[in-house]
Write a protein that binds this ligand. Structure first.
Ligand SMILES: *Cc1c(COP(=O)(O)O)cnc(C)c1O
Length: 446
């Protein structure tokens, strides 16, 4: 039932939010005229607002929410941990959740990445990986290796160090004078194919560009940072796994670390638990966040090879890795992550996702022949297509989707779906139908 009191309540929360909450990545003056969901609760793939209206969270709340909102198993683990130890510092102390999570993640890499350094958000994990790479080289006597290489349109977070390896003009340019800019190499984005090229040829061409840079600068370069298989924030730019194999080879050849930023693509999003697995390679450092806690608590981490860890192992404190956060290794967040890994095992999530993907593929098939759609693509549980339309299209699409009870936020003119891993066939069919109907709404609107 929707009664007028509730309607007033939702409007009231919106107004109070706009007065006192500074929303992320938002021009607050513009937000006043755009939809702002005043949420009451979440259940499964649905978010419910204060008026009782529900919205299918088809982007997993910025790609974090793997198993729907308020998942009972994750909640039970967090609740249990709350009664034992909500938090303790990780310097001079340890606890079972931090140890078990590090052990299990190391095992998932087949012991290729045997050490786990904890933080709270993705950008911090990227900062940690950059500092580790630089400091490991310095400890090994290569003090000139202090530059980084990133990929065109890459995104690695918005703190100053992470922004230095991020190539998204909107986020980077405003703060350009504060940054140490990385070398930027061509993206292997398969959409860059020239006449006669397939995705693998684009990957080869991009890797050749990296080789030329490394040939010239390797004595000064500490690490190359990549988003394996999908550059998500760039607009779900997808590439052939051959690119990762070639980057791995080049990094070995030129003595440069490879940092795989799996913050968005890890945790099963591209079909394997880690995206790197599809290329058959391991990086020297890997960052994880977003889905690792199932979308319940802030947690990020950096997995490192034994070789990097051992470069710090010494009698000298100054040669240790000098980095910490107050909430490093938070037990609640680690328990949420352990519960998330348990769900992958108990529900055979990767295999089931392959089935879910086939259902959505079939339901979204009409998009392939839609007059305005270009580059319909998928990697695992990420679907994306580009729309030929004016610059206002993305905002119109997002608003029209909300009207239909669908939470989708296109990136530029790229519409993407990153649903939680729990959609049943009926919900998937509804999602596909509304995605298509919204497209026609947004194209027809003035
Ligand atoms: C989201 C994201 C980050 C930053 O994570 P935050 O938690 O938002 O700081 C870094 N790298 C990639 C690839 C991401 O998608």
């Amino acid at each position: 039932m929707r009664d007028p009191t509730h309607l007033t309540q939702a409007a009231d929360w919106r107004a109070r939010s706009l007065r006192h909450v500074w929303h992320p990545c938002t021009q607050m003056k513009r937000q006043a005229t755009l939809p702002l969901l005043a949420l009451s609760h979440g259940t499964g793939p649905w978010l419910v607002d204060m008026d009782g209206r529900r919205y299918l969270d088809a982007i997993s709340s910025w790609w974090v929410n793997l198993f729907g909102h308020a998942d009972a198993r994750i909640n039970a683990a967090v609740a249990d941990q709350l009664t034992r130890l909500p938090h303790a510092m990780l310097a001079g102390c340890t606890h079972a959740p931090a140890v078990q999570l590090a052990e299990r993640l190391s095992a998932l890499t087949g012991a290729a990445l045997g050490h786990c350094f904890y933080a709270s958000d993705g950008a911090s994990a990227v900062e940690i990986a950059l500092k580790m790479s630089f400091h490991a080289w310095r400890n090994l006597g290569h003090k000139h290796k202090r530059e980084f290489v990133s990929v065109r349109h890459g995104y690695h977070g918005e703190t100053l160090g992470a922004l230095g390896v991020t190539d998204v003009a909107l986020f980077r340019d405003a703060y350009g004078p504060l940054l140490r800019h990385a070398h930027v190499v061509d993206s292997p984005d398969a959409r860059n194919a020239q006449a006669g090229e397939d995705a693998e040829a684009v990957a080869r061409r991009a890797a050749a560009g990296l080789q030329a840079l490394l040939e010239d600068r390797h004595a000064h370069i500490a690490a190359v940072i990549v988003e394996p298989l999908v550059q998500c924030a760039a607009g779900m730019a997808m590439h052939h796994p051959a690119y990762l194999r070639q980057v791995r080879e080049l990094c070995d050849q030129y003595q440069v670390h490879l940092i795989a930023d799996e913050i968005a693509v890890g945790c099963g999003r591209t079909g394997s638990f880690f995206a790197c697995e599809q290329a058959g390679i391991w990086p020297d450092l890997m960052t994880l966040s977003k889905g690792i806690s199932g979308g319940t608590l802030p947690l990020s981490l950096v997995l490192s090879s034994d070789a990097i860890h051992d470069a710090f192992y010494d009698d000298s404190v100054a040669r240790g890795f000098l980095h910490s956060h107050s909430y490093t290794g938070n037990p609640l967040a680690c328990r949420a992550a352990l519960a998330t890994l348990d769900i992958f095992d108990a529900d055979d999530v990767l295999a089931r996702n392959a089935g879910r993907a086939a259902v959505l593929d079939a339901a979204l098939a009409p998009l392939h022949s839609h007059r305005a759609v270009r580059h319909m693509r998928r990697a695992g549980m990420i679907w994306a297509f580009d729309v030929q339309a004016d610059a206002g299209f993305g905002q119109r699409y997002a608003s029209a989707a909300l009207t239909r009870g669908l939470l989708l936020r296109p990136i530029g003119n790229t519409v993407y779906l990153m649903p939680p891993y729990i959609l049943d066939d009926g919900t998937a069919a509804w999602l596909a139908h509304e995605t298509l109907a919204t497209l026609d709404d947004a194209l027809e609107a003035p």
